[in-house]
Design a protein around this ligand. Structure first.
Ligand code: HEC
Ligand code: HEC
Length: 174
């Protein structure tokens, strides 16, 4: 008996391959369930007028740049701002984006799931959002108190503080 040279090589290859797979898998470990909440006054004021101020770490810089260029037609609303405000808010969002050097592990996973040629305007349409929420039955999203996937705070009770921990989730029954 004993491990033959060939078996040993096969074992090493398998271990290496599974190590690589685990290393890139979204399921590996649980990163901190928080995003840095918006800490920039103009962004916190202007971008929370219609919905909560979404953390910059939810989208890559190219998404924020694209969104800030198209504010006059923002999901059917006119969210346009002065050129000065547009500039400072764009800078804050891109400096703290999911693909910025400041991004945490959670944000890096969001960025990793978005192709280099893509600049989604919605975190809710990213592969990582779908992965995190694949156990939520489709009917739940249509409940009156939720109405939209973008309405994070309907279920994540501390979303406005950037916190998405499991124990803080309360799914409205209707
Ligand atoms: C005039 C209202 C209004 C203002 C002001 C506004 N938004 Fe929005 N925003 C919307 C609407 C409406 C939606 C779509 C919401 C939905 O689908 O439930 C949206 C959606 C979004 C989404 C997509 C959420 C998702 O993942 O599906 C992001 C990101 C976003 N807004 C960022 C911003 C930023 C950044 C600002 C400030 C520059 C801003 N919004 C200001 C109305 C507004
Ligand atoms: C229908 C209610 C609902 C809405 C709306 C919702 N989520 Fe979730 N979210 C959940 C559930 C349920 C989970 C899975 C919890 C689990 O199994 O760990 C989850 C998981 C998460 C997690 C992982 C939490 C952890 O502990 O690892 C993050 C981050 C997250 N959601 C962010 C968001 C963001 C950002 C939005 C809005 C753009 C959003 N969610 C909208 C219900 C919701």
């Amino acid at each position: 008996m004993g491990v033959t040279r060939k078996n040993l090589a096969l074992l090493l290859v398998t271990l290496a391959a599974s190590g690589i797979w685990l290393g890139t898998s979204w399921g590996q470990g649980s990163p901190d369930p928080t995003f840095a909440p918006v800490s920039h006054t103009a962004t916190a004021t202007e971008c929370a007028a219609c919905h909560m101020a979404y953390p910059a770490g939810l989208l890559p810089a190219r998404s924020w740049t694209r969104m800030m260029r198209e504010l006059e037609n923002h999901f059917g609303e006119d969210a346009s701002l002065s050129p000065e405000e547009t500039l400072t808010i764009t800078r804050y969002l891109t400096d703290n984006a999911a693909d910025s050097p400041r991004a945490n592990e959670r944000s890096r996973r969001i960025a990793a799931g978005i192709g280099p040629g893509e600049a989604p305007l919605r975190f809710t349409e990213t592969a990582y959002f779908r992965y995190l929420h694949d156990e939520v039955p489709s009917g739940v999203w249509k409940r009156a108190k939720i109405a939209s996937r973008a309405n994070c705070i309907a279920c994540h009770t501390r979303a406005d503080a950037g916190s998405f921990a499991e124990r803080e989730i309360r799914i409205p029954k209707e």
